[in-house]
Design a protein around this ligand. Structure first.
Ligand code: V0D
Length: 255
């Protein structure tokens, strides 16, 4: 039997119409993977145990994203502010790319995933750079999901570098002030080769941006969940994708 039409339920859709099929897939999803420390504390474990679980969850969510044919998944793994954490924790975090890639790089290659990175690469420890460089190189011809890891990334510092590089070009008479426009700025961001994120997910109940992709998120849809990153599963991901396809994106215009 058909369900009675109930105008105040689920944006005027009947339960039958409210299908949970995901039809509109975002090209680019960005994730702030918060709550690893709290996940650990809740279980009486050290913070690094949370980071380890968080690392394994990166792989699970990469597989989900790849299966939905999402094109780019940008994951905030380490910010320019995270250097202020205790030295022991920072040292542990800097080993994670190598740990992750030792275990998962063969799978990523098999699954046609392409690894890329945004952020200030040079200041990373050399062992970290070596692991990441190898993964980028070994997956550079892959055509599936782009796994874009944001490491030593900060939105403001990214913009500072853009301003400096434009100023330098002007000083050297390479460009004129009138030539500065949005596309010139865009071309100098870490993400110049990528579309802007369609959907931003932040886990662990914090409702803030924390210096992530400041320029690129101008028209992005945001979705927040209370789940801690290690507990963020395919179910929550589906929920975020369902919410996304119900949004009406207008980019400032009228519908
Ligand atoms: C720690 C939760 C995967 C957030 C996830 C320090 C914090 C686990 C990577 C990774 C981190 C890096 C490079 C790469 C592939 C994967 C990672 C860091 C932290 C940076 F090519 N997890 N992960 N990198 N955490």
């Amino acid at each position: 039997m058909a369900f009675k039409k109930w105008p105040f339920m689920n944006k005027n859709k009947t339960i039958e119409e409210k299908d949970d099929k995901i039809k509109i897939i975002p090209d680019h999803v960005a994730i702030i993977m918060d709550g690893n420390g709290r996940w650990a504390r809740q279980r009486g474990l050290p913070r690094i145990a949370g980071h380890k679980q968080g690392m394994d969850n990166v792989k699970r969510i990469v597989e989900v994203a790849n299966s939905y044919q999402i094109k780019v998944l940008t994951m905030y793994a380490f910010s320019t502010e995270n250097w202020k954490r205790p030295e022991k924790e920072v040292n542990y975090l800097m080993k994670l790319p190598n740990d992750f890639l030792n275990v998962y790089l063969p799978d990523l290659i098999e699954e046609n995933v392409r690894v890329q990175m945004i952020g200030h690469f040079e200041q990373l420890p050399s062992h970290t750079k070596k692991a990441v460089r190898r993964a980028i190189d070994q997956t550079k011809h892959n055509t599936g999901l782009i796994l874009n890891i944001a490491m030593n990334y900060g939105g403001r510092s990214e913009m500072v570098e853009v301003v400096k590089s434009i100023a330098e070009d002007i000083r050297q008479n390479q460009i004129d002030v009138d030539q500065i426009d949005e596309s010139l700025i865009n071309d100098r961001l870490f993400t110049s080769h990528l579309p802007d994120p369609d959907l931003l997910i932040r886990t662990s109940g914090e409702i803030r941006l924390s210096n992530f992709l400041l320029w690129q998120l101008a028209y992005t849809e945001f979705w927040f969940t209370e789940a801690y990153w290690p507990s963020f599963s395919e179910r929550e991901f589906r929920e975020a994708l369902l919410a996304y396809q119900q949004r009406k994106r207008r980019y400032g215009a009228l519908s």
